[in-house]
Structures are given as structure tokens and as C-alpha cells.
Design a protein around this ligand. Structure first.
Ligand code: IMP
Ligand code: MG
Length: 194
């Protein structure tokens, strides 16, 4: 039987995590605020929410619960890093949208904007399909790492230049299930040389 009292969660004592950067409560509170902000920015309109897989899946599922607007959800899967921790600068579309975005108010949902290369590429691609508007909501923003200037209209948290995992973000496809965002122990990277 699942316990109803979830007072302790795996952030305390996960063997691979050096420190927890953003805990579950902060994540929930921020999703609520962002949802309210988005709902008022698009009042009277219908949204097309484009979730950028895989990293944004958990954030998007929490965020849309707090958006009080008629909306549709579609998914796009991209790969920009391979299995390393550095951006390759090459974006591969692994799965495209099912719906046409022509004339729609499109809100892209991203996990993190780091160099900005992935988002810049996706924005160009989607703008070519002539949406009515195009904006991005990213849970995390690593502003210090930006290589190309790209607009991010809604930001959850500004973060430092550290490689983060959890709440959808991965290292070698692992740790996406952690209910918090944290920094991996250096030994974990050293076991996976690039
Ligand atoms: P960018 O192209 O450098 O902006 O990187 C965008 C993508 O790289 C994000 O959507 C993530 O999937 C991934 N990424 C960037 N930084 C991190 C990180 O600290 N942890 C996990 N994934 C990251
Ligand atoms: Mg991503």
C-alpha cells in the first residue's frame, strides 16, 4: 500500500546525488505560479502546448494542470546531446508534431535552455510553419552558458553552470524519475568518459 504521509522523499540519501538544487515543494509552487502567469498572458485564447521530449515530460505534465485555458498538447522529440553532458550543437528531430501549428498560439515547453542552440533551432523550424504566436516556457535557464540569443518568455528557475538531473532531466538517460532537481556526484561522470 502506498503511504499517504510522504514526509520523506528520496532526495535525502540518493547515493548518486551530491546536492539537491530544487526540491519537490519548490517545483510544485513554481508550476502553479507559471501556470497562472501563462493563463493570464493568453486569456481568451486557445493554446497549443508543444512539449519537447524527453526532458520536459514531467514539468509539462505538472504545468498544464495549472493552466486555466482551453489547450491542446502535442509532443516533439529531439536529441541534441547524444549521451554526453555537452551540447553537440546538432539537433536531430526524432519525432515531429502530429498537428499543424498554422495560425495557433504555440507554447513550447522545455526542461532547460543551456547554450540555446536547441531552442533556436526549434523556434526557426516552428516559425516556418506560421503559428499565430510562438513562445517558450522553460523550467530552467542556464543563462551563463548561452551561445546564441534566443527569447525565453516564461522561466521557472535561473540555475548555475552545473549539470543537473532529475524531474525529467537525465544523465545517460538515467535519473529522470527523481522528484527533485540535483547535481550528480563527480564520480558518476568519471565512470562515463565522453
Ligand atoms: P542547449 O541546446 O545547450 O540549450 O541544450 C538544450 C538541451 O540539452 C536541454 O533541453 C536538455 O535536454 C539538455 N541539457 C542542457 N543542460 C542540461 C543539464 O544540466 N542536465 C540535463 N540536460 C541538460
Ligand atoms: Mg530538452
Amino acid at each position: 500500500m502506498p503511504k499517504t504521509n510522504a514526509a520523506s522523499h528520496p532526495s535525502e540519501g540518493h547515493p548518486d546525488i551530491a546536492k539537491v538544487t530544487i526540491g519537490p515543494k519548490e517545483l510544485t509552487a513554481r508550476c502553479k505560479k507559471l501556470g497562472a502567469q501563462i493563463s493570464s498572458a493568453y486569456q481568451g485564447r486557445e493554446l497549443m502546448v508543444v512539449v519537447v521530449l524527453k526532458g520536459a515530460f514531467m514539468f509539462a505534465s505538472d504545468l498544464v494542470r495549472h493552466i486555466d485555458l482551453p489547450l491542446q498538447v502535442d509532443f516533439m522529440a529531439v536529441s541534441s546531446y547524444g549521451d554526453s553532458t555537452k551540447s553537440s550543437g546538432t539537433v536531430r528531430i526524432l519525432k515531429d508534431l502530429q498537428k499543424d501549428v498554422l495560425g495557433k498560439d504555440v507554447l513550447m515547453v522545455e526542461d532547460i535552455v543551456d547554450t540555446g542552440l536547441t531552442l533556436a533551432y526549434l523556434r526557426q523550424m516552428l516559425l516556418g510553419r506560421h503559428p499565430r504566436s510562438l513562445a517558450t516556457c522553460s523550467l530552467l535557464n542556464k543563462g551563463v552558458c548561452r551561445k546564441v540569443e534566443v527569447p525565453v518568455e516564461f522561466i521557472g528557475f535561473e540555475v548555475a553552470n552545473e549539470f543537473l538531473v532529475g524531474y525529467g532531466l537525465d544523465f545517460t538517460q538515467r535519473y529522470r524519475n527523481l522528484p527533485f532537481i540535483g547535481v550528480l556526484r563527480p564520480e558518476i561522470y568519471q565512470q562515463h568518459p565522453e
